[in-house]
Ligand binder design. Structure first.
Ligand SMILES: CC(C)(COP(=O)(O)OP(=O)(O)OC[C@H]1O[C@@H](n2cnc3c(N)ncnc32)[C@H](O)[C@@H]1OP(=O)(O)O)[C@@H](O)C(=O)NCCC(=O)NCCS
Length: 148
């Protein structure tokens, strides 16, 4: 498996994964907007020639935000999500970003475990942030620079 920057040709396989993997999938318009956003950056994981995971970030230096991290259902628990996150955070740490933020549903134990392993800590809670179903978001933060 390798992790690389997302390319335009990844849109179709991503849409297919969104449709079968997510309760509230991103649509083509959202994906295109994120792909072309000037302050956006995204990574894809591929195995053989098949795309199996991806992560979209927004940057607002010195901070970045993880907007969307998805692994194809049949490829979960095989280290794909961790590899994508590892590569993205290493890039941001190496380019002098200070912190990464993200929001996660309170019920999303898989994602919360993953982010906990990567050193994300809760810094806030947003009441009824999500729809379908309505649920709070936890706001997590991870420092990217060592404090001296
Ligand atoms: C969350 C998600 C990205 C994890 O991807 P993944 O490739 O399956 O995760 P990894 O195999 O890299 O797992 C790394 C660690 O995360 C934690 N983890 C991942 N899935 C887990 C699960 N279902 N239950 C508990 N812990 C889990 C574990 O600590 C795991 O390490 P371990 O396998 O050594 O125990 C994936 O489940 C997914 O795509 N979910 C749907 C989309 C989503 O919820 N995205 C996050 C939105 S904030």
């Amino acid at each position: 498996m390798r992790v690389r920057l997302l390319e335009a040709a990844d849109l179709e396989p991503i849409l297919r994964i969104e449709q079968r993997a997510m309760a509230n999938p991103w649509n083509e318009g959202q994906l295109r907007a994120e792909q072309s956003a000037g302050n956006g950056i995204a990574w894809a994981a591929e195995s053989g020639n098949a795309l199996c995971g991806y992560a979209f970030f927004r940057t607002c230096a010195p901070e970045c935000e993880l907007l969307h991290l998805v692994v194809a259902p049949e490829r979960r628990r095989q280290g794909v999500g961790a590899d994508v996150l590892q590569q993205a955070l290493a890039y941001f740490a190496g380019t002098n970003f200070a912190a990464c933020f993200l929001e996660v549903r309170t019920s999303n134990q898989a994602a919360r475990q993953l982010y906990g392993k990567f050193g994300f800590v809760q810094v806030g809670q947003r009441k009824n942030y999500y729809n379908q179903p309505v649920e709070d978001a936890l706001l997590l933060r991870r420092n990217l620079i060592e404090s001296s």
